[in-house]
Design a binder for this molecule. Sequence first.
Ligand SMILES: [Zn+2]
Length: 100
Amino acid sequence: MKTGIHPQYFDDAQTTCSSCGKVYKFGSTKQSIVVEICANCHPTFTGEQRFMNTGGVIDRFQKKMEQAKVYKKKLAEKKKKEEAKKARPTKSLKELMAEL
Ligand SMILES: [Zn+2]
């Protein structure tokens, strides 16, 4: 092994899960690592339906969904209006003058 080019290796590096607090020990070049989720608490491994609301991700998503609903509604109304406009027959100047 060439000297001076390899990072320091820790045989007992600690990885801590910030969600459940479980500590894993394995070799790494960093002495301590903090992860947000691990195999002990991830819904895929636990089988439970739980939402990790980190930083209001779900709130933001729901807000966007609400905005999308409003937008869709507005778009549908606009389309309806345009179709109604198209369906209305166009009158010639002569016809308009006749109405007066
Ligand atoms: Zn965990």
